[in-house]
Design a protein around this ligand. Structure first.
Ligand code: TXE
Length: 498
């Protein structure tokens, strides 16, 4: 078990945490507080303020001021902006153990995942986008319309930063998902108000401290803590916000989408998934496939938007593959996130555990067969055994709805057409994985799968250069990669006639 860093002890000693606005901590107007709980032992690790409409207004106005045409941020060269982002990445790396430990404390996830996905992932994302500051470009254009009086012209587009960005993030990867939004927004030259999830608000405040240390001018990166109905709603409805970027549930995404339209604010939505893993009978290495499918659903306790929560297995090998995955699940060591030998930690909260257990009950009522797991094995903490169901078809509701826990449903299929029909038979379309040694089969599937991300012979892994986003109700827009930074720009078309 790692020793808590001095930096983290000092941070937690504050107990009552406030917003971070205009380069400093800011107590806020409201009385309401949210208690942050360690999901591994149900102990309190701190309190954060619930941002009121007035707090949100203050943060947005600080971001607006920092975005003015003559502000230090706007007048800075792209190269200097890149240097600050690069320094930010280096500081995240320097303080990665503190960040990782804080994420494990507030979210419950395994420390190795906090280190690699959250702290490590965020550092990589900031470094990647530091490089983009100097590569944002428009185009020169030949026009079809002749200029009046036979005059000459020069037409081009400019990509300009869109303005104040509201970034609303969930609790499953609190630091890395924040970085997917904050890094490209800042690289484009925007300013940001980040609202972390009420379950995991502390790591965002630590990030804000590091942003200041990296040399970011005051007001460029602000954090307002709070819930969805008060703080999140005030932020998304603020008329000075020019772009909303959201990751979370489809339910909340629809509310935010409607609010965005009221103000005609730009919006990107990365919503849930119910992603299929499709296993063909032509495996070379069944063991590796079973391990990959298990990792695809059980990593981060299944609380992953791209989790492969439906596995379709070709009939001839259905029993074998299901048995192999079940053995992996049964051997998993369930323990707290700081236990370096743990394979699976607690879920994020009591409410979420209850919701996931509700799905397990519903699955059994709907006629799905419980193969393994389904029990809460510890008295303290929000632990759940990795759980596997099997079902003859897509009918049970656990196969349609996002559970967002360590729950896998296995369904047999006949042939490629049957696999495609079953995999696409969903309102969601975030990701899919295909497990086959036959490249032509894989290409046919890639062509017809309704999913924003497809991996072959591997669970889905995010990368700063690989766009991520969904088909259908899994969202609108893509994050990461070049698209990720262009999300935060707006296009100006110019024609100079001379
Ligand atoms: O999500 P919400 P929750 C799914 C997953 C999970 C379910 C609920 O299935 O079980 O969503 O999780 C803020 N205006 N995903 O309740 O409500 C909220 O404060 C503005 C999938 O955590 O979507 C938080 O910061 N903001 C997902 C963020 O939205 C509002 C990751 C997400 O909260 C708001 C997480 C409002 N009206 C959950 N209401 C993924 N795609 O990875 C809430 N929020």
């Amino acid at each position: 078990m790692p020793t808590i860093t001095d930096q983290l002890s000092q941070f937690l000693a504050k107990k009552d945490h406030t917003h971070f606005i205009n380069g400093q901590y800011h107590a806020g107007e409201g009385e309401e507080q949210i208690t942050v709980i360690n999901p591994a032992n149900e102990e309190v690790i701190g309190q954060v303020a619930v941002g009121t409409k007035a707090d949100v207004h203050q943060a947005v106005m600080a971001a607006k001021k920092a975005f003015q045409h003559d502000s230090p941020w706007r007048t800075m060269s792209p190269d200097d902006r890149g240097k600050i982002l690069y320094r930010f990445a280096e500081l995240i790396e320097l303080h990665s153990e503190t960040i990782a430990q804080l994420v494990t404390l507030e979210n419950g996830k395994l420390i190795k995942d906090s280190r690699s996905s959250d702290a490590g992932g965020a550092a990589k994302t900031f470094r990647y986008y530091a490089g983009w500051t100097t590569k944002i470009e428009g185009e020169t254009l030949d026009l079809s319309q002749p200029q009046k009086g036979g005059r000459q012209n020069f037409a081009f587009t400019r990509r300009e930063p869109i303005g104040v960005v509201a970034a609303i993030v969930p609790w499953n990867f609190p630091v890395s998902i924040a970085s997917w939004k904050v890094a490209p927004a800042l690289a484009a030259g925007c300013t940001v108000v980040l609202k972390p999830s009420e379950e995991t608000p502390l790591s965002a405040l630590l990030l804000a401290e590091l942003a200041m240390e990296a040399g970011m001018p005051a007001g460029v990166f602000n954090v307002v803590t709070g819930d969805g109905k008060t703080t999140g709603a005030a932020l998304t409805a603020h008329p000075e916000v020019k772009k909303i970027t959201f990751t979370g549930s489809t339910y909340t995404g629809k509310i935010i989408g409607k609010t965005a339209m009221d103000n005609v604010t730009g919006v990107s939505l990365e919503l849930g998934g119910k992603s299929p893993a499709i296993v063909f009978e032509d495996q070379i290495d069944f063991e590796a496939t079973a391990k990959g499918v298990a990792a695809g659903i059980f990593r981060n306790q299944g609380q992953v938007c791209v989790a492969g929560s439906r596995v379709y297995i070709q009939k001839k090998v259905f029993d074998k593959v299901l048995t192999d995955i079940s053995h992996i699940a049964q051997k998993m060591n369930i323990s707290h996130g700081f236990d370096e030998t743990a394979d699976i930690g607690p879920l994020v909260s009591k409410g979420h555990l209850k919701k996931v257990c509700g799905y397990i009950e519903k699955g059994q009522q709907d006629g799905a067969t419980l193969i393994t797991g389904g029990k809460t094995p510890k008295e303290k903490g929000y632990y759940l055994q990795p759980t596997i169901f099997s079902a003859p078809d897509n009918r049970p509701s656990i196969i349609e709805e996002e559970i967002f826990g360590p729950v896998l449903a296995a369904i047999p299929f006949d042939d490629l057409e049957d696999a495609l029909q079953k995999a696409n038979d969903s309102q969601m379309g975030l990701a899919a994985t295909i497990w086959t040694k036959d490249i032509s089969k894989a290409i046919k599937m890639i062509d017809r799968l309704e999913a924003g991300v497809v991996y072959v012979n591997s669970p889905v892994r995010s990368d700063p250069n690989l766009p991520l986003g969904g088909y259908k109700q899994s969202g609108i827009g893509r994050e990461l990669g070049k698209t990720g930074v262009y999300n935060y720009t707006t296009l100006k078309s110019v024609n100079i006639v001379f």
